[in-house]
Design a protein around this ligand. Structure first.
Ligand code: NDP
Ligand code: 13P
Length: 347
């Protein structure tokens, strides 16, 4: 059994702390708000982020980062992408012994186009950690914390490290696979949030199931197209961290991205939507990064570009849908599909 510090006491950090606790690990949950740590310790509830569950007594919340990481062997970062660099800098100031790092964050940084593991690598000196592992897949905190069956994937540059993380989390309610495609797993988890925003917009406009199936399917093609150009294995996009996560995020009432899209379609401005959500909506920043990246690399991503225009250029969602529906005639099969077809023919 290990001592593990979970940095980020939002919904996902709390749910993952509960999984680790149920596996017998000694888990500390760190939040940057002192009042939040006190509330969790006194009430055993995380009222703002995960109100429907009781947090087991064994999980202690910390405000002092140095105390939270004292003597731990693994640190799990579960923060918004925007907070990753800042918290790594705080960590660097107090971390003395080498640890394993795992992260459960899903995003890409605008301007730099860095994945989260790359941001951590840039901020933390190499001698302070063994390897970085990514944990991703279709997994809403609200269901994981209730013990509903869930599957995720761990990946790392080191297969050993991915296997170690698999062992830490896996139980009969939380099944963990491993993958060797670090780039594909991270990009799948980040890019699906953009398409989920689109699914929320589509549902908010009342377009129904056909439109959503089209968005998810053609959105997946865009994810795989950009991902492949960034060095991912296209097959990863038909796995848990690609289509799996895209399905759950585009269809679940728990999804922050879907709900944000739904509110946008009702006419709220982006600022109003983000204020109403009170939780991180990662697809917004990642849409900016994917738009910039798609432009820079000349990748065809009409859905992603349309969602970017709704978010940042005040475009009317109905006009974007019309533009998507009236694009020039095409064949459905492009280079990514061709690769997938070759794969299926091997069976
Ligand atoms: N929720 C889910 O079901 C899942 C989420 N994820 C991913 O996990 C990541 C975290 O999401 P989630 O838990 O939902 O987010 P939440 O919005 O629920 O919580 C975010 C937490 O991070 C804290 N935080 C924000 N900025 C900082 C900072 N600078 N320093 C320290 N803490 C900070 C927030 O504190 P404060 O109260 O001050 O805002 C809050 O406690 C995201 O990348 C998300 O995509 C992945 C899978 C499932
Ligand atoms: O990544 C997630 C589920 O796998 C969470 O998505 P949301 O942030 O949209 O809730």
């Amino acid at each position: 059994m290990e001592k593990i510090a979970v940095l980020g006491a939002g919904s996902w950090g709390t749910a993952l702390a509960m999984v680790l606790n149920s596996n017998g690990h000694d888990v500390r949950l760190w939040t940057h708000i002192e009042k939040h740590a006190n509330e969790i310790n006194q009430t055993r509830r995380n009222e703002v982020y995960l109100k429907d569950v009781v947090i087991p007594d064994q999980i202690k919340a910390y405000f002092d980062l140095k105390e939270a990481i004292d003597d731990v062997s693994t640190i799990l970062l579960v923060l918004p992408t925007e907070a990753i660099r800042m918290v790594c800098q705080q960590l660097k100031a107090v971390l003395t012994d080498k640890v394993s790092i795992i992260h459960g964050t899903k995003g890409i940084e605008p301007e730099t186009f860095k994945r989260v593991s790359e941001m951590i690598e840039e901020e933390l000196p190499r001698e302070l950690y063994d390897e970085i592992v990514v944990l991703s897949g279709p997994s809403h905190a609200e269901e994981v914390s209730l013990g509903h069956p869930t599957t995720v994937t761990t990946t790392s540059k080191s297969e050993q490290a991915a296997l170690h993380a698999q062992g830490l989390f896996m139980n009969d309610r939380f099944r963990v696979y491993t993958s060797t495609d670090l780039i594909g797993v991270e990009l799948g988890g980040a890019l699906k949030n953009i398409i989920a925003l689109g699914a929320g917009i589509s549902d908010g406009l009342g377009f129904g199931d056909n439109a959503k199936a089209a968005l998810v399917t053609r959105g997946l093609a865009e994810m795989a197209r950009l991902g492949t150009a960034m060095g991912a294995d296209p097959l990863t996009f038909i796995g848990l961290t690609g289509i799996g996560d895209l399905i759950v995020t585009s269809t679940s009432r728990h999804s922050r991205n879907w709900n944000a899209g739904n509110l946008l379609a009702q006419g709220f401005s982006l600022d109003e939507v983000l204020a109403k959500m009170n939780m991180v909506v990662e697809g917004v920043r990642t849409a900016k990064a994917a738009y910039q990246l798609g432009k820079a690399k000349g990748i065809v991503m009409p859905i992603t570009f349309g969602i970017y225009k709704i978010l940042f250029e005040d475009a009317d969602p109905r006009e974007i849908v019309e533009q998507l529906m009236t694009r020039s005639k095409r064949n459905e099969v492009d280079e990514v599909h061709t690769l997938l077809k070759q794969y299926y023919r091997q069976d």
